[in-house]
Design a protein around this ligand. Structure first.
Ligand SMILES: Nc1ncnc2c1ncn2[C@@H]1O[C@H](COP(=O)(O)OP(=O)(O)OP(=O)(O)O)[C@@H](O)[C@H]1O
Length: 582
């Protein structure tokens, strides 16, 4: 059993992924999250090498034109033409292979960061009020995270290209003409300077836009869940106005990001066009004989001039590509930061990084609590203070106390859903620790006040993705809780989201069926199972629960005197802090 069993916002599939590496992933440090995938370096190297192939191509092209202008025939340049073609093919192949490697590496990196974020979310304690809103988490993990791929697959290789290729081209041009080299040298640095200035603004704008998107998603999901309440309180218009305002704000943030993206492209096009034009003017006048400075030896020849002219646009090409992907960087870094924020540590459930092979008790477990102390956060007062509790194997007990006395908290602590501050909890004699929690939780079943029902068939709702639960077991479980006649178990969409189509009592019986299908659960933890039910339905649920609890340990937090009276004993909790030895 994992946190996902208790967490309505995590699907069984996510739970399965998260289960394997929840805690270790959550504990990885920030530095490791900043590492870039290894394949990207290779891809960047290949794309840079492909760009440099243009140098011999340009040299051969200039040489061929020079030969023809000196009266040579096309056969004199046939070999050069073939070499240009061959180099072109090599260049295209290397570039395509580099692109493919970069894309694969980026997708792999995104998948592992997504898994890390989902694992960290699954490991967060359900008692943690600082957990990210479900809509925000869903938006970051599914939608915003996609911005990581273009950032890693395009921006990273192009950045390497932009920092290498112009320097090599400069080194090729400088020995021929220092004036042409000087023109490029003056035009080139202006581009990164302006790009950096614009980039800072772009990143800030992009972060704001992503935050706004996440906020809007969280708001939307929250309000959709509470649609009935909103209607009942006649707050539809207010909600619509707020939604419209949020959507407007998102629109203006998106436009701000786009404005900056267009501005950065315009700046770059301007400087690269000026650089190429100035080089062309210089070479043109040099060839016409109007200018005879700028070369190291004599006047510029046609071959030399053409070679420089062919290299000049290619000199700016990587910088132009950099501009095209510049806002990928802003979006990508903002998405990485958002994923990292989801993966950041908060209060977690007990779930060890490397279970040390602790064996859960094979017989029906007892629960023994000694000197338990718990607070929800370091700056909050203690909720459970020095609690002693002894529940023998097979015992059925009620936790009784005023609202706020800590009944739900105690059940959560027994299930290891939060870390206690002091004291020990033993389940079947095994101390509940990071290492033993996962194994011990496999022996527990939880019935919450409002069990989360997933949209889909009853069968899927009973099995919730757990391995080893076959159709026969599910049908038996539904029969045990007398749900078999309510809706067809196999029907794909038998139940709507949040249990739509089931009454409150039926939803609770469905939660009981989940327990009935779990033969390993030696302890049942039930949190106010009869709350919100009418007397007849509460009696039904009580009967079903008691039938299910035969031969198992049962701890029920309840305010229901009829339910408490049916259990072996009642443990009274004082409101606030002090527990009673039981
Ligand atoms: N996630 C949380 N973060 C901070 N404080 C919390 C959190 N959950 C509960 N509390 C506080 O802890 C105390 C105990 O809450 P708990 O839900 O365990 O009480 P309870 O006895 O189950 O109440 P009820 O009978 O109303 O369900 C309460 O004062 C409550 O305000």
């Amino acid at each position: 059993m994992t946190a996902a069993f208790f967490d309505p916002d995590i699907t069984p599939e996510e739970a399965h992924t998260a289960e394997s590496d929840a805690a270790p992933a959550a504990k990885r440090n920030r530095a490791s999250r900043k590492q870039k995938p290894a394949g990207l370096k290779l891809a960047a190297g290949m794309q840079t090498a492909a760009a440099l192939v243009w140098i011999p191509q340009a040299a051969l092209l200039a040489f061929s034109v020079g030969v023809i202008s000196d009266g040579g025939s096309t056969t004199d340049v046939a070999l050069a033409a073939l070499a240009i073609l061959a180099l072109g093919i090599v260049r295209a192949a290397v570039e395509a292979a580099g692109g493919r490697i970069a894309f694969r590496a980026a997708r792999g990196e995104l998948t592992s960061r997504r898994n890390r974020a989902v694992a960290a979310l699954a490991a967060r304690s359900p008692l943690d009020i600082g957990r990210p809103a479900s809509g925000l988490a869903a938006s970051v993990v599914s939608e915003q995270a996609e911005a990581v791929v273009p950032y890693l697959a395009r921006f990273q290789p192009i950045r390497m290209k932009a920092s290498t290729v112009p320097l090599v081209f400069f080194a090729c041009i400088f020995p021929i003409s220092w004036v042409a080299a000087l023109i490029l040298l003056i035009a080139a640095p202006l581009i990164p300077i302006f790009m950096a200035l614009i980039g800072w603004r772009a990143k800030a704008a992009s972060e704001k836009q992503l935050a706004e998107t996440g906020g809007l998603n969280a708001f939307l999901l929250d309000r959709l869940r509470g649609l009935a309440t909103i209607r009942a309180l006649d707050a539809v218009d207010v909600t619509a106005v707020r939604l419209r305002a949020d959507a407007d704000s998102l629109r203006s943030r998106t436009m701000a990001v786009l404005k900056i993206a267009f501005l950065s492209s315009a700046v770059l096009e301007l400087f690269s066009a000026l650089g190429v034009a100035a080089t062309a003017v210089y070479i043109g006048f040099s060839l016409l004989g109007s200018i005879d400075i700028g070369t190291w030896h004599g006047r510029l020849t046609l071959t030399q001039g053409l070679f420089i002219l062919l290299l000049a646009p290619a000199f700016f090409e990587p910088l132009r590509e950099l501009s095209a992907v510049w806002h990928d960087r802003a979006n990508g870094e903002a998405a990485l930061a958002a994923l990292d924020a989801l993966s950041s540590q908060g209060p977690t459930i007990l779930d060890g990084a490397e279970p040390d092979g602790v064996k859960a008790p094979t017989t029906v477990p007892s629960v023994q609590i000694d000197g338990l102390v718990f607070r929800h956060a370091p700056d909050l007062p203690v909720v459970i203070d020095d609690l002693y509790l002894n529940v023998a194997a097979g015992d059925h007990v009620a936790l009784w106390g005023a609202s706020g006395s800590g009944k739900t908290t105690i059940l959560s602590l027994i299930a290891g859903l939060a870390q206690h501050e002091a004291g020990t909890i033993r389940v079947g004699g095994v101390p509940l620790t990071e290492d033993s929690a996962a194994a011990l939780r496999c022996r527990m079943a939880w019935i919450g006040q409002r069990p989360h029902i997933f949209s889909g068939s009853l069968k899927r709702n009973v099995s919730v993705g757990r391995a080893g639960i076959d159709d026969g077991t599910i049908e038996d479980a539904l029969r045990t809780v007398r749900l078999d006649g309510v809706v067809a178990a196999n029907e794909i969409a038998a139940v709507g989201e949040g249990g739509l189509g089931l009454s409150g009592g039926e939803a609770l019986r469905l939660a009981l069926a989940r327990v009935a299908a779990n033969n390993d659960a030696g302890i049942i933890l039930a949190d106010e199972p009869t709350a919100h039910l009418d007397a007849a339905t509460a009696a039904d649920v009580t009967e079903a629960l008691l039938a299910l609890a035969k031969g198992r340990t049962l701890i029920v937090a309840t305010h229901d005197p009829l339910l408490a009276a049916r259990l072996d004993r009642t443990i009274h909790l004082e409101t606030r802090r002090r527990g009673i030895a039981a």
